[in-house]
Unconditional design. Structure first.
Length: 189
């Protein structure tokens, strides 16, 4: 919806010149499912279905993989692709954590530090105009906050975990000017 509102503010010629186009969530999901999401979901399902001794280690390896993926949208606009991809990756992470810790009522400090490591710092966007890049940054921050709340309400979250999850609104994503381009995400890409 953010992009649609901004797209409506631009004259058709200006929109065409900078390639501003609203992409619906349905269309974004079609793209990211075929690019990576379906493959990750299938891998998680395979690891969940395994009933061998190494099941836990394979689930931990999958979680580690999720935490080290990086995503770049080279024409991010207001960040719709980044926001949806982040949300979907965090939901996959939560499903993985439910498998790993869902039935536990007490956790070790090491287990607690493994919780929720997928981060907005894994998502990068490049945008030629500053104001859509700023909107993308805020949108990622808001989705991060929504996912923290969602995580806290999940069955994985227990009393001891609550104190280790971020309680304040913070966003690690930043915009760095590079000549006339703006980068959403860390500058060490």
């Amino acid at each position: 919806m953010r992009s649609y509102g901004i797209e409506a503010l631009l004259q058709p010629e200006a929109r065409r010149q900078i390639g501003a186009h609203y992409t619906s969530e349905r269309d974004i999901l079609k793209v990211i499912r075929s690019l990576f999401l379906d493959e990750l979901r299938a891998e998680l399902e395979t690891r969940k279905a395994a009933r061998s001794i190494g099941r836990r280690a394979r689930l931990e390896g999958f979680h580690d993989r999720l935490c080290h993926l990086r995503f770049l949208d080279p024409a991010c606009g207001c960040g719709n692709f980044l926001v949806i991809a982040y949300r979907e990756l965090r939901q996959l992470e939560l499903e993985t954590l439910r498998e790993l810790f869902g039935k536990q009522t007490e956790m070790t400090l090491d287990e607690i530090t493994k919780l929720s490591q997928v981060d907005v710092d894994q998502f990068y966007g490049i945008e030629i105009l500053e104001w859509p890049a700023r909107i993308a940054e805020v949108a990622l921050c808001l989705m991060d906050r929504q996912m923290i709340i969602y995580f806290r309400r999940s069955k994985v979250s227990c009393r001891i975990c609550q104190s280790f999850l971020p309680a304040t609104f913070c966003c690690a994503a930043a915009i760095r000017p590079a000549s006339s381009w703006f980068l959403v995400g860390r500058s060490d890409l």
